[in-house]
Design a protein around this ligand. Structure first.
Ligand code: BES
Ligand code: MN
Ligand code: ZN
Length: 496
C-alpha cells in the first residue's frame, strides 16, 4: 500500500490536519513564513526556533508538538538560501518532512514548500516522488509486517488541480523505482534469472508488451559463447530476456536499454575474497533491475513515437566442475574471440553478446547500465554513476535526463589508447586490463561489441545501486538508481 498524495490549494495559514510541514528559507528570506507561523500558532514557534538555534540550513529539521491544537505537529524544514533553491532542494526537503512525519507516527501530512522558480507541475512531480520514494519500506522478507505506510494521506499545499496530473505520472515512475529496488534487494535465492524473466513476463501481460525469452539452446544457436561461458558454472539456467514496448501510432525512434543481470557474482574461479563484499553480490543485477523498472514505468506512461526494447542477459557467476576456467578462450556472437584472464570480469562478457543482439535491432541508440566495476566506485563513490559515450549529443541527453530526475551522472573518458590494456597474445582480446583505469578499460571492452554507426552509452552504476545508510529519497538498501534517468530520457524522445 502506498500513501495517497493530493494537491491542495490550502496553505500554511489555513490547512488543517494532523501534521503540517513547512519549508523555511534561511535568513531574511524566511521571515514572511515565520511571521505567518507565529500569527497562526503564537509566539511559541518563534521562541522554539530561537531556543533550538534553527538556522534553516538545508537538511535541518525540527519537530514541534502543538498539544491540543490542529495541526498537532509542526515540522519545520530548512531550505537554505533561495538562490540555491531548485527541484533538488525541494525533493530533499519534502523527503525530510515525510520521514519526520513517519517517525512521529502521523497519518496525515500537509506539506507547504515554496516552489519559486519551478513550474507547478514540476514541483508537484518532484514532491510526490520525494514523499513516495522516501517512505518506501520493503517488508517482503519479514514474517510479520509493520503496519503502514505512515503518513497514509499527504497533501501538497499551494498546488492547484492542474498539478495532479504530474502526481499521477510520477506515480508510474515511482512504481518503476520501487520494482527496481525490490529486485535488487531480493536475495540471490529469490531473484534468480528465471525470476527476472517472470517479472518481465508479468509486465508484458499487465501492459500488453511483447516478450521473448531465449533459453540456453537459443543463445547457443546465436553463437553467444561469451554470455554462456559465464552462465555455465551455475545450476540455474540462463535467461536472455527481450521485452518490447511499441507505441500506438507512428514510430520515429527505436531505443534499446540493456541491463547487466548477474543475479549473483561469486567471481567464479577468480573467487571474490574476504572484504570484496561477496555477500552483497546479489545486487549485481542492478542494471537489469533499472531497465526492468524503467520498462514498467514506460509501459504505463505510453510515450508516443518511441519503440523501446529492453535486453537482459541474465545468469549467475558460480563455481563448479563445469564452470569456465580462468584462461579459457571463447567466441562472442560477433565472431570476436576473448581470452578470459579473469572470471570475475564477467559482466562485460554477458553484455558483449547482449550488445551485439541490441545492435542487430538497428536502433537509434543503445544505452547499457551495469554494476560493472569496483574501479568506478573508487572513482566516483556512491552518489554518482559513471557515463561513457563516444557520442556527445547522447551523453548530453543522458546527463540532462539524470539531473532532471535527481540522479547524478559524470561523463568519463573513453580513451582509445587504454584499449591496449586488453591486448591478448592469443585471442582478439582479453576481458581484463590492468587495475589503473579499470572502469575505462571495461567501457572500452564493451565498445568492441557495439556497431560503429549506432550511438551508444554505458552507465557504470556499481556505486549507486545500494546505499548502506540511506540518503535523501533513498531508504537504506537498494536505491532503484537509473530508472528515473531512463524514463526521462525516453520521454524526451531519446537521442537529440
Ligand atoms: N560486479 C563486479 C563489480 C562490482 C564491484 C560491483 C563492487 C559493485 C561493487 C564485477 O563483476 C567485478 O567483479 N569486477 C571486477 C573487475 C576486475 C576483475 C577487472 C572488479 O571491479 O574488481
Ligand atoms: Mn565480477
Ligand atoms: Zn559482476
Amino acid at each position: 500500500m502506498v500513501a495517497e498524495i493530493r494537491c491542495s490549494t490550502a496553505n500554511l495559514t489555513d490547512w488543517s490536519g494532523e501534521a503540517l510541514a513547512v519549508g523555511l528559507f534561511s535568513g531574511d528570506a524566511g521571515a514572511s513564513s515565520r511571521t505567518a507561523l507565529s500569527a497562526r500558532f503564537g509566539s511559541v514557534v518563534a521562541d522554539q526556533l530561537e531556543r533550538r538555534r534553527f538556522k534553516a540550513k538545508p537538511g535541518e529539521c525540527l519537530c514541534l508538538d502543538l498539544l491540543g491544537q490542529t495541526p498537532s505537529l509542526l515540522i519545520l524544514v530548512g531550505l537554505g538560501a533561495p538562490a540555491d533553491f531548485g527541484a533538488e532542494q525541494l525533493r530533499s526537503a519534502t523527503a525530510a518532512a515525510s520521514k519526520a512525519a513517519a517517525g512521529a507516527g502521523a497519518s496525515q501530512l500537509g506539506v507547504a514548500m515554496p516552489i519559486e522558480g519551478l513550474a507547478a507541475e514540476q514541483a508537484a512531480g518532484a514532491m510526490a516522488e520525494a514523499v513516495r520514494l522516501s517512505l518506501f519500506a520493503d517488508q517482503r522478507f519479514k514474517s510479520e509486517a509493520e503496519p503502514g505506510p505512515y503518513p497514509s494521506q499527504v497533501e501538497l499545499l499551494g498546488l492547484g488541480e492542474a498539478a495532479q496530473a504530474a502526481v499521477a505520472s510520477s506515480a508510474a515512475i515511482c512504481s518503476g523505482v520501487e520494482l527496481a529496488r525490490e529486485l535488487v534487494a531480493a536475495p540471490p535465492n529469490v531473484a534468480t534469472p528465471a525470476a527476472l524473466a517472470a517479472t518481465a513476463a508479468s509486465i508484458a501481460s499487465d501492459h500488453g508488451l511483447e516478450l521473448k525469452v531465449l533459453e540456453r539452446a537459443d543463445c547457443e544457436a546465436l553463437g553467444m559463447g561469451s554470455y554462456l561461458a559465464v552462465a555455465q558454472g551455475s545450476d540455474l539456467p540462463p535467461k536472455f530476456i527481450h521485452l518490447t514496448y511499441r507505441p500506438a501510432g507512428a514510430i520515429t525512434r527505436r531505443l534499446v536499454l540493456v541491463g547487466k543481470g548477474l543475479t549473483f557474482d561469486s567471481g567464479g574461479y577468480n573467487l571474490k575474497t574476504a572484504g570484496s563484499q561477496i555477500e552483497m553480490m546479489k545486487y549485481d543485477m542492478g542494471g537489469s533491475a533499472a531497465v526492468i523498472g524503467a520498462m514498467r514505468a514506460i509501459a504505463e506512461l505510453k510515450p508516443a513515437g518511441v519503440e523501446v526494447h529492453m535486453i537482459v542477459a541474465a545468469c549467475e557467476n558460480m563455481i563448479s566442475g563445469g564452470a569456465i576456467h580462468p584462461g579459457a578462450i571463447v567466441t562472442a556472437s560477433n565472431g570476436k574471440t576473448i581470452e578470459i584472464n579473469n572470471t570475475d570480469a564477467e559482466g562485460r562478457l554477458t553484455l558483449a553478446d547482449a550488445l551485439v543482439y541490441a545492435c542487430k535491432l538497428e536502433p537509434d541508440a543503445v544505452v547499457d547500465l551495469a554494476t560493472l566495476t569496483g574501479a568506478c566506485v573508487i572513482a566516483l563513490g556512491e552518489e554518482i554513476a559513471g557515463l561513457w559515450s563516444p557520442n556527445d549529443a547522447l551523453a548530453q541527453g543522458l546527463l540532462e535526463a539524470g539531473a532532471q530526475g535527481g540522479e547524478q551522472l559524470w561523463r568519463m573518458p573513453l580513451r582509445a589508447s587504454y584499449r591496449d590494456g586488453l591486448k591478448s597474445g592469443l585471442a582478439d582480446m582479453k576481458n581484463t586490463g590492468p587495475r589503473p583505469g579499470g572502469s575505462i578499460t571495461a567501457a572500452l571492452f564493451l565498445q568492441d561489441f557495439v556497431a560503429k554507426e549506432i550511438p551508444w552509452a554505458h552507465l557504470d552504476i556499481a556505486g549507486t545501486v545500494w546505499s548502506d545508510k540511506g540518503r535523501g529519497l533513498d531508504p537504506a538498501g537498494a536505491t532503484g538508481f537509473g530508472v528515473r534517468t531512463l524514463v526521462n530520457w525516453v520521454q524526451a524522445g531519446g537521442p537529440a
